[in-house]
Design a protein around this ligand. Sequence first.
Ligand code: GDP
Ligand code: MG
Length: 164
Amino acid sequence: PRPIVAIIGRPNVGKSTIVNRLAGRKEAIVHDEPGITRDRTYKQAFWCDREFQVVDTGGLVFDDDSEFLPEIREQARLALGEAQVAILVVDGQMGPTAADREIADWLRQQPVPVVLAVNKCESLDQGLIQAAEFWELGIGDPFPVSGIHGSGMGDLLDAVIAYL
Ligand code: GDP
Ligand code: MG
């Protein structure tokens, strides 16, 4: 079976956009409404000579108290359980949020390697500055990417397939 890459992150950071970019075709529906994608959807993807499946965990939803809801945590845990590596997606234009820190804290306790994608970094120079803000999450090297433009995806995927 092809290895699995789990896409994790709070709503609206661009997970579906990145999944569509990785899958190379627009099969997954992109929802602007936060938290609408609750089901796990699998897409075929490849980079260099590696084929893998991307699973969009979609609904890492937080209530008003920014609480990581148990059923959503369970869904993410199920997705991570079958994944060889996870991509944590964050919003580079917004900077680190409480929800990002909460997800990162949880991810660091899971036995799955995580690669950090700082999305919405359309400008190369600014993207590097934006990405550097996310070192504080303790996930390691932040990769600036733009899911919309496709920039930065090569470096991100090189880091991802190193775990496959
Ligand atoms: P998800 O909720 O994490 O799946 O996020 P979506 O993929 O649905 O994207 C949420 C919003 O962010 C949409 O309005 C997208 O158009 C926007 N978005 C996604 N990727 C990028 C990007 O690389 N740059 C910018 N500027 N906006 C993006
Ligand atoms: Mg989505």
